[in-house]
Design a binder for this molecule. Structure first.
Ligand SMILES: Cc1ncc(COP(=O)(O)O)c(C=O)c1O
Length: 400
């Protein structure tokens, strides 16, 4: 029996059963559908991409996995070299793990221990944004700010040591003044907050955050699990403002195998590099640096670079803007768009009830949540398929 995610098993509607998938298309027993959300924002090259599939098969012929404790291998070495060269600044030190949530856990643990290693034991607090989502493990739930995902923490009397701030510079400055002596990091989903409702905010907030982190000696963490690899229209938001630690997941492997990486700058790495064994980062997921995942990631980055994905994303953004700008309905609160993402926020969640089936009948797989109807298509999508998604979203409001 499969226990499905985020579902009341007693009342859930049966999921569509996928029998095959290629490009942007899912072949299901219930019909062919375009995957408008890239399997939770990860499958940027679409399904069954020959370069990624071959990379995984080639590696599987040699070995699929070896532990990184006491062993190493070429795919993980090449991927860490590639990431060090490809990511901005001195974001060079790659700690691999098996999912985005664990990658964020590693980043939070790194930030805490960075100060512990310096003897600053009072720095137990973290600053995080309102509406943040960083994963479903316990510390990432604490860093998150959405009762729909994290209400279970209330049993413990709520969260400890996390201060949430809105994406407003005045609130940011106030939090730094008030809490800085006890804070080890500020963690953000930069520019685009995904699961918290596809909320978008201005780069000026992140620039000010960088200045304040420098001024008060606090680490800045970018959780780019969702935003990385072009989703905001920037390769990484870290290209615009350099964090001390970045977390990548989802599209890291083109969505082909679960994997994540927490990449630190030299200043962070140096905080652990010591003759004292107790200053080591005591973490080690069994499947970190999995050889199949690293091979998929290398192939994914290769395709991203050689097939000019930033131009593809710019084209998607232009079509979204042309089609969705000014789209209005009394039931709609706001239409937001950024890079390869568009979101219609409605006033009442009931407005979206039945949308998934409506979309299926029009050849689109969608998964609206709460008050948010959104699309984050694979970057290989053609204009006709993109229009099919956007027209389906609009048709929902025209139908009655
Ligand atoms: C910003 C962000 N961080 C972390 C995660 C968690 O990643 P995973 O589901 O791979 O654990 C997600 C997942 O949606 C995310 O959007």
């Amino acid at each position: 029996m499969i226990w499905y995610p985020y579902e009341q098993m007693k009342t859930m509607k049966a999921p569509y059963e996928v029998v095959d998938a290629q490009g942007v298309w899912l072949d299901t027993r219930e019909g062919r559908m375009i995957d408008s959300i890239s399997s939770w924002w990860s499958v940027i090259h679409g399904y069954r991409h020959p370069v990624l599939t071959n990379a995984i098969m080639e590696q599987a012929r040699r070995f699929s996995h070896v532990m990184l404790g006491g062993l190493t291998h070429e795919p993980v070495q090449k991927l860490s070299e590639k990431l060090a060269a490809w990511l901005p600044g001195d974001l060079d030190y790659c700690f691999f793990s098996d999912s985005g949530s664990v990658g964020v856990e590693v980043a939070l643990k790194m930030a805490l221990q960075y100060y512990v290693n310096r003897g600053e034991l009072q720095r137990t607090k973290i600053l995080s944004l309102t509406h943040a989502y960083h994963g479903d493990t316990f510390k990432t739930m604490e860093a998150g700010d959405d009762a729909d995902y994290h209400f279970i923490l209330d049993v413990y009397g709520g969260k400890r040591d996390v201060i949430h701030i809105p994406t407003e510079i005045a609130a940011l400055e106030e939090a730094f003044v008030r809490y800085h002596a006890h804070v080890n990091c500020l963690i953000v989903e930069p520019l685009l907050q995904g699961a918290g409702g596809m909320r978008m905010y201005d780069i000026s907030f992140l620039k000010r955050a960088r200045e304040l982190c420098d001024q008060y000696g606090i680490l800045l963490i970018f959780d780019e699990v969702a935003t990385g690899f072009g989703r905001t229209g920037n390769r990484f938001v870290a290209d615009l403002v350099l964090p001390d630690i970045i977390v990548l997941g989802k599209a890291l492997t083109g969505g082909y195998i679960g994997h994540a990486v927490t990449v630190a700058r030299r200043n962070v790495y140096d905080g652990f590099y010591d003759d004292d064994a107790a200053h080591a980062l005591m973490h080690g997921p069994t499947f970190m640096g999995n050889a199949l995942a690293c091979s998929a990631a290398l192939a994914s980055i290769h395709v991203f670079e050689t097939e000019r994905y930033m131009e593809k994303i710019a084209r998607i953004a232009a079509v979204i803007k042309r089609e969705m700008e000014g789209f209005a309905d009394p039931r709609i609160r706001e239409v937001r768009m950024m890079g390869g993402c568009v979101c219609i926020e409605v006033n009442e969640p009931e407005t979206l009830a039945g949308y998934q089936e409506f979309a299926r009948a029009r050849g689109v797989f969608a998964r609206p949540f709460l008050k948010y109807l959104y699309a984050m298509p694979p970057y290989i999508i053609g204009e006709e398929e993109l229009l099919q998604i956007l027209n389906t979203m609009k048709a929902w409001f025209w139908r009655r």
